[in-house]
Design a protein around this ligand. Structure first.
Ligand code: GLY
Length: 297
């Protein structure tokens, strides 16, 4: 008989180790799935060294830092998301407020900012939110064509009560047009979770991830009995091949999955993807992913 996992957490990219450490402390002490995912992501949003999430993230083609985030509660299928939010350090908390304080799922742009002010979030100046490194990168790269891939943080959790949750945050792809929304705040593309079935979070180029509804498909695979590893591999392979069959070259796509039993896995269509994970039997650690198919070969 397999070992019964009591709690579990998985999140995209090695920079998520701090998220997984924080989240696993919460889950270990009996905290709730969504709290663990959100609290973990707060650390990454505040970390100016992470150049693709929150403070210090990539600027859009106007040189602005506009952030996307989302949360989803696997017990109720309720979600909250924000897109293109400027001047707030924690878009994931605003997303959570959309879920908890409104009847809506997604708020965008200046109206999302107005909502954030109305519910009491403090605005932060550009001098704090935008790092010198991000400005330098913007100046160097701004005349180059749209670049590839993107390192979103997405975190999926299972708590000791059996509930599952997911939280997401990103600055969006670099060189994005102002107003562009990627997959991160879009349910079924950037994230999906259903307690008792499983959860998934995506990272990579949002345009390709949205075209293939990556995370809904992954959770659907788990609904039909696949474990996290087989679901992750299946959806990346299928999404990649589907885009090829439509006559396009796929960009970077990667996913982390957690099944109903708390087992975790990642898959990617490119080299270099890694994720962080922990559960009651495993201390926080980084796992490297061998591409299931390689977009560059
Ligand atoms: N995956 C994040 C984005 O494309 O914005």
């Amino acid at each position: 008989m397999g070992y019964l996992i009591m709690w579990s957490i998985v999140a995209t990219w090695p920079f998520a180790l701090q998220c997984v450490q924080k989240g696993s402390a919460i889950l270990r002490s009996g905290g709730k799935a969504l709290d663990a995912a959100v609290e973990g992501i707060l650390l990454v949003e505040s970390d100016p060294k992470v150049d693709s999430v929150g403070r210090g993230g990539f600027l859009n083609s106007d040189g602005e830092l506009a952030l996307d985030a989302a949360v989803m509660d696997g017990d109720t299928l309720r979600l909250g998301a924000v897109a293109c939010v400027r001047g707030f350090e924690h878009p994931v908390l605003i997303a959570r407020s959309v879920m908890e304080k409104t009847k809506h799922n997604i708020l965008v742009g200046v109206e999302a900012e107005r909502f954030a002010r109305d519910v009491g979030f403090q605005e932060m100046p550009d001098e704090y939110m935008i790092t010198e490194l991000a400005r330098e990168y913007y100046r160097k790269e701004k005349n180059k064509p749209h670049t590839t891939g993107h390192d979103t943080i997405g975190c999926v959790t299972l708590d000791q009560f059996g509930s599952q949750g997911v939280a997401m945050s990103t600055s969006g792809a670099n060189h994005r047009k102002p107003g562009r929304v990627g997959d991160t705040p879009i349910i079924g593309s950037g994230f999906y979770v259903q307690t008792g079935i499983g959860g998934a979070a995506a990272t990579g180029l949002g345009e390709d991830i949205m075209r293939t509804c990556l995370t809904f498909r992954a959770v659907d695979c788990m609904r039909h009995g696949l474990d996290a590893l087989h679901a992750a591999n299946e959806v990346i392979l299928t999404a990649h091949k589907t885009i090829v069959s439509c006559g396009y070259k796929p960009d970077c796509m990667a996913i982390v999955c957690m099944d109903r039993n708390g087992r975790t896995a990642g898959a990617a269509n490119h080299k270099g993807f890694a994720y962080a994970e922990a559960c009651d039997g495993t201390e926080p650690r980084i796992c490297q992913v061998e591409p299931i198919i390689d977009k560059d070969s």
